[in-house]
Design a protein around this ligand. Structure first.
Ligand code: UDX
Length: 442
């Protein structure tokens, strides 16, 4: 099938590349010419494992192309995916101006039937606004449908998640739209993947409900972690114990410094606002947010309890991205941690395998902030190592080398990366687990 994808951010790029890799003919439109040449050479501007090789494979096959010519993109196909950003506005509501802008451009340029698909995360009933906008700005007698097809891609595993969906959710209002999606997703239904057909409003709501539930699950285990720390029980044991119950499931029960990213914080806040707009109070999600921000505060308290004074302490931070296998730092816990430690005059040595460059835009290097190109270099004469993102290369670090490089063998682990049994010779602190003070030094 021919497919137009409008938006070349994380969702648009992964969606365009993976549809092209399935043999569809895809034209991906972006607003500006920035990065356009690189994309047409197979170099993506985001770090997403596996994406570049898919782009190169599809460019070689001629099944994908990138353009900033929106008119050409709209003419290219009768199936148009809207994959633009819906960032959080100051009020907490989703900012839908980019969605409206695309809807208007489609209306002003379409010359025949279009199936216009919301893939961006949007509040319930946004499809009605898209429909009204297209009616208002088109010449009125051209047939079109608006549908919702939310994505459930996780950064760092987007390609895998696209090709191995737990379910594909499609909200349609016409038989024609239904048929188009059945053809598009045939490669998935033929291998047994679930294609859930519903209404556009339900599909829009499923997305917010899904992300908010996952965020709530994380805050739930972090709430339990606080109690575990008081009573000396390992929270991971509790997560295992409840997670074996199929009705609960073990995933997303990893206690730690909490969630970040471009989705959970934004989607939880938007869902609360959607409820408010309908006269409802989603107190459960307000608590979810509160617990999540408390986890960062608790972590900083732990640092001060361990170090007493932060001023002039050499503090190493491993991990700046909001999660492993991405360079994305949006709403990352590291931002609050670095900001507070910087404000209390610590000497910071920062390292992340991918996110250092992005982080420097927020916290430029200066006499108190140094970016290191190697995790061990960041440890020289360090008084404490803070673990903020659970990259595999940290889990596999040589702990003897870590101990010998540091001035004080103190590790404060925000992601419970290590088991206390192997922390011989360290003061090791983590989340929801007993602290161990096994350092030989007095
Ligand atoms: C999320 C949803 O998982 C995905 O389905 C949706 O399409 C987009 O939002 P993403 O934000 O990319 O994906 O990453 P995810 O793996 O969900 O992690 C989100 C945050 O939760 C990260 O900061 C991660 O560190 C944190 N997290 C995750 C926990 O703190 N504990 C966990 O057990 C799992």
């Amino acid at each position: 099938m021919k497919i137009t994808v409008i938006g070349s951010g994380y969702v648009g790029l992964v969606t365009a590349a993976c549809f092209a890799d399935l043999g569809n003919q895809v034209l991906c439109a972006k607003k500006t010419s920035k990065n356009l040449d690189k994309l047409n050479q197979g170099i993506s501007h985001i770090y997403e494992p596996g994406l570049d090789e898919i782009l190169n494979r599809c460019l070689d096959k001629g099944t994908i192309e990138f353009t900033n010519d929106i008119k050409r993109a709209i003419d290219f196909s009768d199936l148009i995916f809207i994959c633009v950003g819906t960032p959080q506005s100051e009020t907490g509501k989703a900012d839908l101006s980019q969605v409206e802008d695309v809807a208007r451009q489609i209306a002003e340029n379409m010359t025949d039937y279009k199936l216009i698909v919301e893939k961006s995360t949007v509040p319930v009933n946004t499809h009605q606004w898209v429909k009204k906008t297209v009616q208002r700005y088109s010449n009125g007698n051209i047939q079109f449908d608006v549908a919702s097809n939310p994505e459930f891609l996780r950064e760092g595993t987007g390609v895998y998640d696209f090709n191995n969906p737990d379910r594909i959710v499609v909200g349609v209002e016409s038989e024609n739209a239904h048929k188009i999606f059945q053809e598009l997703y045939r490669p998935f239904t033929e291998k047994g993947d679930v294609l859930l057909i519903t209404t556009p409003a339900a599909a829009e709501l499923i997305k917010h409900a899904s992300n908010s539930f996952l965020a709530m699950k994380i805050s739930y285990i972090n709430m339990v972690a606080e109690l575990c720390e008081k009573v000396g029980i390992d929270v991971n044991m509790i997560a295992d114990g409840i997670g074996y119950d199929q009705r609960i499931g073990r995933s997303f029960l990893n206690a730690g410094i909490g969630y970040g990213g471009s989705c959970f914080p934004k989607d939880v806040r938007a869902f609360i606002k959607i409820a408010e707009d309908h006269g409802l109070d989603f107190g459960l999600l307000r608590e979810t947010e509160k617990i999540n921000s408390q986890m960062r505060e608790r972590f900083l308290e732990k640092v001060e309890n361990v170090l007493w004074i932060n001023k002039d302490k050499n503090i190493t931070i491993w991990g700046l991205a909001f999660k492993p296998d991405t360079d994305d730092i949006r709403e990352a816990p590291s931002i609050d941690i670095v900001r507070k430690l910087y404000e209390t005059d610590a000497n910071l040595r920062l390292y992340d395998p991918q996110a250092g460059e992005n982080f420097q835009n927020l916290f430029p290097e200066n006499e108190n902030i140094r970016y290191c190109s190697d995790k061990y270099e960041a440890l020289k004469d360090s008084d404490a190592l803070l673990l903020i993102t659970e990259w595999d290369e940290f889990k596999n670090a040589d702990l003897n080398k870590v101990k010998n490089l540091m001035r004080l063998p103190i590790i404060i682990d925000g992601r419970n990366m290590f088991e206390s049994e192997i922390m011989e010779g360290f003061e090791y602190y983590s989340v929801g687990r007993e602290n161990t003070n096994q350092s030989e030094k007095p």
